[in-house]
Write a protein that binds this ligand. Structure first.
Ligand code: DQA
Length: 143
């Protein structure tokens, strides 16, 4: 049985209530349930974690290395600022796909740059919550 980690960073615990015009109405629990049903027929499991704290996200990434075949990571605003998260991703061998629900390139210029994208396997941006499923499909080999 393969295992994927869905990891979400700051403020993403508020999905569903937070700026629904930008991020939609689905909650993290809805996204996890959609991923679980997608993966169950492919002998994969999903585990979901969320933290608002940079250091905790780093700890989760370190621990994930030996436990997961791939990591679907929406780092929220830390995307644009965190050298520490970039170093954490570089330090582990498990592949990471960076996901953003909104099209960050259509938004404020401070969202245009990702500190993390150069050390990720790839990036999915602006396709709504479907981006998490597309990342999962990549990991399970449905490319
Ligand atoms: C986000 C985009 C980030 O710029 C923002 O800070 C978020 C959410 C997205 O999923 O679109 O928290 O990562």
């Amino acid at each position: 049985m393969g295992k994927l980690l869905m990891l979400n960073g700051p403020n993403l615990n508020r999905l569903g209530q937070r700026e629904p015009d930008v991020y939609g109405k689905e909650t993290l629990a809805d996204i996890e349930a959609d991923l679980q049903s997608l993966l169950s027929s492919h002998s994969y499991q999903i585990e979901a974690k969320q933290s608002n704290h940079e250091g905790e996200l780093i700890d989760i990434l370190h621990e994930a290395e030996s436990q997961f075949d791939g990591i679907i990571f929406n780092p929220g605003a830390y995307t644009h600022t965190s050298i520490a998260l970039r170093d954490a991703i570089s330090s582990i061998s498990a592949p990471v796909i960076e996901v953003h629900i909104s099209n960050v390139h259509k938004r404020e210029s401070f969202r245009h740059h990702s500190m993390l994208a150069p050390v990720c396997e790839g990036q999915i941006v602006g396709l709504g919550t479907k981006g998490y499923q597309l990342a999962a499909m990549y990991f399970i080999g449905e490319k």
